[in-house]
Design a protein around this ligand. Structure first.
Ligand code: GMT
Length: 377
């Protein structure tokens, strides 16, 4: 098949999932086209079976905000016509599903029709999508897609709650490359960070408000107070990084925390980690948690959204109520102090991650493409 994939290029989970899916599909002989305003971070090597198309935004004095949605729709039309796409798969509803609808309308008049599939990822539904400024358009655009998938049962439910969706939403969970995300020996790295054999606690995110990064600092402070010798590695960057840094200063614990910024080889950091912390206020899936688990790292997370579908309480880590610093601190300490519990949870985490193995999930998408193609032909 010739498959078009539209995504955000940044370090966010939806761009990662879209790019890894493109790679997985290309490995099976499909021909992939990725559309975005910049090259996705995970599209890191040259391949003849994946072509990247950068959506070009012409500037014009009248455009304080150049209309990206239109440029994207225009590119979709071109690719459908000239690259003969069999499927157009858009990740994140805003504005991708709307641009796809517009492209479809333009092509209808030319009697060309390509099935459009929208994958819902998160805040396109739970936060920004349900904002009154966008809600009607998002509702309409999702309903106009030929197929709709969501990355968790939670997100499927929320989508029906927030919007008036007439379509059946299929849940296809996020997935993991078990070969890439596996624990590897990085002793030199560990020694450099923890010269006195300290434990390593890690957080990875885009440091948006919803990730509650200051909570990570507060929980880690509890861990230190409970007598655990540990270092905290903060991976990623974003608007709340200054708040997190400020929190470290206030608590006088900056010596124990390293802000590593954005890292492409996250698996290397996870390979020296003893615990992963994700106290998010909203998380439809929690790909970062799955990546940690795949590297045999137990997880302490908030008990919200899709996280309980990934992190199993008492098995792969622990879940606490939102913002319950004390609870998270208690469980983090327990895991870090009890060697045999840590060992067991590490093994369980990897086993759980194996259930989200990439190849299996790529097949779900492939089958879904075929199903949607059949229904509209
Ligand atoms: O929805 C967002 O906030 C952005 C999106 C992204 O592109 O990172 O994140 C969502 O999609 C990921 C991939 O499916 C999920 O793993 C994240 O849980 C989800 N983020 C939120 O729900 C906050």
């Amino acid at each position: 098949m010739n498959i078009g994939i539209v995504c955000y290029p940044t370090f966010g989970g939806s761009g990662v999932v879209a790019t890894e899916l493109a790679k997985g599909l290309a490995n099976r002989g499909h021909n992939l086209h990725i559309l975005s305003y910049a090259r996705p971070a995970r599209l890191d090597s040259f391949r003849t079976d994946i072509t990247f198309h950068e959506v070009d935004l012409s500037s014009y004095p009248l455009f304080e905000y150049p209309p990206y949605d239109l440029a994207l729709a225009n590119m979709m039309v071109n690719l459908i016509q000239y690259e003969k796409l069999d499927i157009l798969h858009v990740h994140y509803a805003i504005p991708h599903a709307t641009s796809a609808y517009l492209a479809k309308q333009i092509l209808n008049s030319k009697a060309e029709h390509v099935p459009v599939i929208t994958t819902l990822h998160g805040t396109d539904i739970t936060l920004i999508g349900s904002d009154p400024s966008y809600k009607q358009v998002v509702d309409f655009s999702i309903n106009q897609s030929d197929g709709v998938t969501a990355v968790s049962e939670y997100l499927k439910k929320e989508t029906y709650n927030y919007f008036d969706i007439k379509k059946e939403i299929k849940v296809i969970p996020n997935f993991i490359d078990l070969e890439r995300f596996k624990r590897s020996k990085k002793e030199h790295f560990k020694k450099a960070i923890c010269p006195e054999g300290e434990k390593v606690v890690t957080h990875v995110s885009n440091f948006r408000e919803v990730k509650r990064v200051p909570d990570v600092i507060s929980v880690f402070n509890q861990v230190l107070k409970n007598g655990v010798k540990a270092k905290l590695l903060m991976v990623g960057d974003g608007p709340d990084r200054p708040r997190a840094e400020q929190k470290c200063r206030e608590l006088g614990m900056c010596d124990h925390v390293r802000f590593l910024g954005k890292q492409e080889q996250v698996e290397e950091v996870l390979s020296i980690s003893d615990l992963f912390m994700i106290p998010s206020g909203s998380e439809t899936f929690g790909l970062a948690a799955l990546e940690a688990m795949s590297c045999s790292v137990p997880v302490v997370s908030s008990n919200i959204g899709g996280l309980p579908e990934v992190n199993i309480h008492g098995e792969t880590g622990y879940l606490c109520e939102l913002a319950d610093i004390e609870c998270m601190g208690k469980y983090a300490t327990r895991i870090l102090k009890d060697e045999s519990l840590h060992e067991k949870m590490s093994q369980n985490a990897r086993k759980r991650a194996e259930e989200f193995e990439m190849d299996k999930v790529v097949t779900f998408y492939e089958d879904y493409y075929e199903e949607i193609k059949r229904t509209i032909s």
